[in-house]
Ligand binder design. Structure first.
Ligand SMILES: Nc1nc2c(ncn2[C@@H]2O[C@H](COP(=O)(O)OP(=O)(O)O)[C@@H](O)[C@H]2O)c(=O)[nH]1
Ligand SMILES: [Mg+2]
Length: 313
């Protein structure tokens, strides 16, 4: 079943109570799973954590597009990669880590690459989140042709809520290297309904706008509205009241779409896609940690359709 955006927004099962509860929750924005926040970034050496400019990357494949999952810590980048990978495998694609992305001497990265297949299948959500934090993968179709590369990187270097200099903190070298590489890019800007640092949303918006000025005409933008399960806009699995969802994103992140719209003489059009997403459900385990169960297939299916369209054109 395809996700059918309810553009009219007339027949929803959401009632006023749901929405009020949701609004109250948004106002006390919390991490849904109360996960302890770690300042440690897996996949980086001590030296790299101290100085992100020491992080070195190699983009060996300069021809296939790079899908960049962009967003602050805990918005769901890793779990989006996990969920998309699980889905892609069921429809015949191979998703594998690109080992040459980081120096061969980087033991952390090779360990992540080796563990990637088992982590993808793991029900230990916390494990995936903890262990995959900086990874470039390639997606290949059933005849082994590369379709695209997907990058999942530490959110701190995209937007760091703990840095009072945001949104004026410069990206570290490796982010600029990706930004400036000749590959076509599909930027996936992540937004969420209950961001803990909601008061900084304008700063995050301005960081996205800054990046927008570095997008080439052939690059594409997707806004992923993750954690859609926490909103009252879900009608049935995968079917979301998109009119309300979009309005919500605009309310939570004022002006976010502005530079991604073009004004014609008679109308204005979007140069982006907004896609609702639900990575999965997280249940607290006795003894600590969280168990992860994939969300409905409709979400990764829709996201993949959009990515594929953008890869093609
Ligand atoms: N309710 C809900 N929570 C989510 C969803 N996706 C991620 N989360 C929560 O957000 C946390 C951080 O996700 P993660 O992918 O590690 O974020 P990252 O730092 O951007 O890579 C997870 O551990 C979950 O608690 C989702 O679709 N729904
Ligand atoms: Mg992550």
């Amino acid at each position: 079943m395809d996700i059918k955006p309810q553009m009219g927004g007339t027949t929803t099962t959401n009632n006023a109570d749901d929405i009020q509860t949701y609004v109250n929750n948004v106002n006390v924005a919390t991490n849904p799973t109360d996960e302890p926040e770690t300042s440690q970034i897996m996949g980086l050496s001590e030296e790299e954590i101290k100085d992100p400019n020491a992080i070195s990357i190699t983009i060996a494949d300069k021809s296939n597009p790079i899908v960049v999952l962009f967003g602050p810590p805990a918005c769901g980048k890793t779990m989006t990669l996990v969920r998309l990978t699980r889905y892609l495998r069921t429809i015949g694609y191979a998703v594998e880590p690109i080992t040459s992305f980081r120096p061969a001497t980087d033991a952390h990265y090779s360990k992540m690459c080796n563990e990637f297949p088992s982590m993808i299948g793991s029900s230990e959500a916390a494990n995936s989140t903890k262990n995959i934090s900086f990874m470039m993968v390639r997606v290949m179709d059933n005849v082994g042709r590369v379709v695209c590369q997907i990058l999942e990187a530490p959110g701190e270097y995209y937007y760091n809520p703990d840095d009072k200099d945001e949104p004026n903190v410069n990206f570290p070298r490796y982010v600029n290297a990706i930004k400036n590489s000749s590959n076509r890019k599909i930027w996936c800007y992540m937004v969420e309904p209950n961001w803990k640092y909601f008061d900084q949303s304008l700063n995050y918006v301005s960081k996205i706008h800054k990046l927008k000025r570095n997008m080439r005409p052939a690059d594409k933008a997707i806004f992923i509205f993750n954690k859609i399960d926490l909103t009252p806009f879900v009608i049935t699995p995968g079917q979301v009241n998109m009119r309300s969802a979009r309005k919500e994103v605009e309310d939570l992140y004022p002006g976010i779409f502005t530079p991604f719209r073009s004004r014609g003489v008679f109308s204005t059009s979007d140069n982006f896609e907004l896609v609702p997403f639900h990575t999965g459900d997280y249940s607290k385990k006795i003894g600590g940690g969280f168990s992860f169960e994939s969300g409905p297939d409709e979400y990764p299916k829709k996201l993949w359709q959009i990515i594929l369209n953008y890869v093609k054109g």
